[in-house]
Design a protein around this ligand. Structure first.
Ligand code: PLP
Length: 409
């Protein structure tokens, strides 16, 4: 008889978004003919832009001709795309990384989940609370944690770094030892960004503790505040202690197309193997378990990094940022205390009148016909908040904001 994984069994019930979807479904069954404005999931809604779409169509044409057809590509990604990513980092962020450090993938989520697998089971993860759920769940499923219980409201074996209003939703490095430090800025769900000094404290910690930072920069194009780093490699010394995960989802609208990348410099050190081993093992992992990202997506990614493509991405990002501005000012006008929403598509909103996250979720659904995401789904420190997402058509965003303002006034 085969046994299922004890590590997977340790995962707590229902992933957040299916539960949100279930409650919306029940509400819709009870209210036929009414529609829900969904400001819940971070899913893009606007069309892929013309230049990027044209590049993907051209690639499809090449695939339909035997003379230009191509099958499997390199597991690490197409060389022109890796070169373009390397150039993008140097031009936009002043960061010098060779194309060989870039591993193209089918998106940031799978890389964020898989990266723990090349580290020892005994590696201790440090994760901000609240956080994008993949960091915690992948470490649980990968056997890096103990049981779920009362330990800081989560799993034993995880060092939770509490991010709340008192620290501007940017935790300080932990007092205790950790090996894998997960950071995400601009942050999902809080919308916070970290300054150079705040990130430098983590790089210093990583050097001191011989730890590795896993930096999720999926929302980097949303940063508008002067001086906020777009990449962890803008911090001196990060190239020997940090992995960065990026995505085309939220700037090029590739949530469905699927394309991302992970940067694993050869200079990253680890405690029990020579420098270069982390890079080599990620390469080994990708070559064994991954057959490369879609060649059509990669053609789109390459176009997104061209001068024209950058402008098209900027116009998409500007659209969602305007949505965020409308939500932020609307929620403030409704008397709600809000954070984020400036360098980020997420508005982290305090539940009024001492309501819990799910209570406020239900209130907004029942009274305003608006779905948001309960903050408690991102970790115990998210209790008492909801995350409002700026991904939506402008008219739906405006309707949702008017409805909330009307019912909360
Ligand atoms: N990282 C963060 C912080 C996210 O919020 C998301 C999606 O919402 C992802 C990664 C997933 O990105 P991708 O679509 O590239 O898998």
């Amino acid at each position: 008889m085969a046994n299922v994984s004890e590590d997977f069994l340790r995962l707590q019930s229902g992933y957040l978004f299916p539960e949100v979807a279930r409650r919306i479904r029940i509400w819709q069954e009870k209210n036929p003919g009414e529609s829900v404005k969904k400001l819940s999931i971070g899913n893009t809604t606007e069309a892929i832009t013309p230049g990027i779409a044209a590049a993907m169509k051209r690639k499809i044409d090449l695939l339909t001709d035997r003379a230009t057809y191509t099958g499997y590509g390199d597991e690490q990604g197409d060389t022109p795309l890796r070169e373009a990513l390397s150039l993008h980092y140097s031009r936009e962020y002043g960061v010098s990384l060779p194309p060989s450090a870039f591993f193209v993938s089918d998106g940031a989520k799978s890389d964020a989940a898989n990266i723990q697998s090349i580290f020892s089971r005994s590696s201790i993860p440090a994760i901000q609370d609240p956080a994008y759920p993949v960091y915690v769940d992948s470490n649980v499923a990968g056997g890096h944690t103990g049981e779920y219980g009362s330990h800081q409201g989560g799993y034993s074996g995880i060092v939770y770094m509490r991010a709340d209003a008192s620290n501007g939703f940017v935790a300080e490095p932990p007092k205790e030892h950790a090996d894998l430090i997960y950071l995400c800025f601009p942050n999902n769900p809080t919308g916070a960004v970290a300054t150079k000094e705040q990130l430098k404290a983590f790089v210093d910690y990583a050097h001191r503790e011989r730890a590795i930072i896993i930096f999720d920069s999926a929302y980097t194009d949303y940063i508008e505040t002067e001086g906020i780093p777009h990449s962890i490699y803008e911090i001196e010394g990060a190239e020997d202690c940090a992995i960065e995960i990026g995505s085309f989802s939220k700037n090029a609208g590739f949530t469905g197309v699927r394309l991302g990348w992970t940067i694993v410099p050869e200079t990253i050190a680890s405690d029990n193997a020579p420098t270069g081993t982390v890079h080599r093992l990620w390469n080994r992992r990708q070559c064994t378990f991954f057959n490369g990202a879609s060649n059509v997506s990669q053609a789109g990614g390459l176009a997104a990094l061209s001068e024209e493509g950058r402008k098209e991405c900027a116009s998409l990002v500007t659209y969602y940022k305007e949505n965020a501005r409308i939500i932020l000012s609307g929620m403030k006008a409704a008397g709600l205390e809000c954070y984020g929403g400036i360098d980020s598509p997420y508005i982290w909103t305090v539940c009024p009148s001492g309501m819990s996250s799910w209570e406020f979720f239900d209130f907004l659904l029942e009274k305003c016909h608006v779905a948001v995401t309960p903050g408690s789904g991102f970790g115990s420190a998210g209790e008492g908040y909801v995350r409002i997402s700026a991904y939506g058509h402008r008219e739906d965003i405006e309707d949702a904001v008017s409805s909330i303002k009307e019912k909360l006034r």
